[in-house]
Write a new protein. Sequence first.
Length: 339
Amino acid sequence: MLVQIVLFDGFDLLDAIAPYEVFSAADMLSGGKIKVELVTLQSCDQVISAPGDLPIAVKGAPDLGRADFLLVPGAAGSVEPEAEDSLLTIVAREAAGGLPELAKQALSREGCTLVTVCGGSLILGMGGALDGRHAVTHHMGMPAFAATGVIPVQARVVDDGDLISCGGVTSGLDAALHVVDRFVGPRIAHAVETLFEYERRGAVWRACGPDPVGLPEQHSLPEEQAPVLAGNDETPQSDHPLFGTWQMKVHSPIGVQDVKFVFAPAGDGITGQALRGEDAPIDLTDVTISGSRVMWSQKVEKPLKLNLRFDTQLNGDTLVGAAKAGMLPKSKVEGVRIP
């Protein structure tokens, strides 16, 4: 069996190297039953890890014709959203790159298992590769993860058949040991644990067996709700200054996105649409006016898959505010009314 770990500039070093060591030890202890390679979609022979910009040699490109397992690590970077090397910038860049398509190909190939560590699953979820699948990511990314179409599970390791995911950083050890246990054998996994003086943490979650009785479900997170404005919601008049077309700029981590928003009265409420290039219009939901405050929700499919909540201030012919998805940092939003 062959595991290929797919690296990218800014990948978290421990996300990749911890599983690499587990698989290498399992290969030694099993007499050569599981091999591991470091590969990349980038055209280079070294990939820069984070933190510390440590260069790691790679063996070439992923090869789904050879690989039995494809492992995608998460990223590491600054928590400041405006920083050039910010964690969100790296995640967004990779989600809009080739990793999600590679993951889709792996999941469609019989006999191939996709493994994600920490933010690796968030990258693939934002890229639309994990729709309808049970998975976990780092706890800080779980609210945003739920908005990508994934069924989030609050567990250290989640086994969804040909998709195995794990939570933050050190859980890569547990996911790799679970792979060894399931596919090579429990005695080899135990031998690796003994060699490393490490014991796996927590039960592996699987979508099987009876549902727990008397406890909240562990395979879902509540959707982020629009804020309740006590007594301040308005039923706007047909000549309200919001109604019309607005040319907006959303300053996202992967660049400025130009979007037109159209608002119109609809009975006692408000209807709205987002228009972007040649893409089909997207209906807005939960459009709310409270004084000069205007809020709405939008499901975004491109360039990343997210549920966004907009919170803006209306001032004459300008709208200025922010858009947010789960615990991801806010993106500045600004725009003007157009004829």
